[in-house]
Write a protein that binds this ligand. Sequence first.
Ligand SMILES: [Zn+2]
Length: 309
Amino acid sequence: MRFALLSLVLTATFGLAGCSSAPLAAPTGTALAMPAPQPPAAMRLYALQTGRMYSRAAFAFKGGRLGDERVFTAGAILIRHPAGTLLFDAGFGPGVEAHRKTSPWLLRVTTKYDHQTSVADQLTAAGIAPSSLTAVVLTHAHWDHVSGLETLPGSPVWVTRDELAFVRGDDASTALARQLGTTRYVAYDFPDGPHLGFARSRDVFGDGSVVLVPAPGHTPGSIVAFIATPDGKRYALIGDTAWQQEGVDLPAEKPWIVRQVDADRAATRAMLIRLHQIKAAMPGLIIVPAHDSRVWATLPRLAPSPAGG
Ligand SMILES: [Zn+2]
């Protein structure tokens, strides 16, 4: 089996399986201003899973074991707010098989995947017209986050200025985003004040319910989205700063062998430490790595409409 052989080679070469968990040093006791969001009663958050990738903890975070199988979710988070409907990332689209060929060889050969229902079909089944989306907000523009954009042709795509420059450059990791086209991309800034220790933010609806902050590292224009829902829950959509929760909990970087996917490894490390500190100061905060299926399983699902969409 190709995976077994590869595992053996990697283990022999890099000692991954026996590598001890060595968390990053993270000072504690960080004081954070606690903003008081006022999400409207009608606001909702839903997780739309569009596919899965099958990997190992050893390929997800430093110290993870090779025998620890992990399911990576590929999907999107839908925010329904009276002032607009946002979709964070687009998950896998019907073209995923071709799209996947743009990803790094090592990730392809160490990861199997399957495709479920695309976001547009899930929205339609729930009685939400895909064309009614205010925007698709990308946590970052890697292939597994933009693949489903082709099913949402009318929606503006919000990215940071740095991410748009990254997509329009020549980096291999954004080849699919370029291929799918960026004419509908809208670059935004962070005009609002400090939020949870981040100097700049964008309070999308002006009520603190959806606040975007710059989180460069995994890509130059990656973001974290802090979401507050009316049931009192607080979420941090952290994209791929960590692939699995341990990345923030320990905290721990991605393993050396796959860390090439982080455009700036030092900045990614700093962001992990920062998120770890925020989580320590706000234990109720639900950290949502884009690919941790254990976390996604706890999120509300979008149910099909009784009318059949
Ligand atoms: Zn990803």
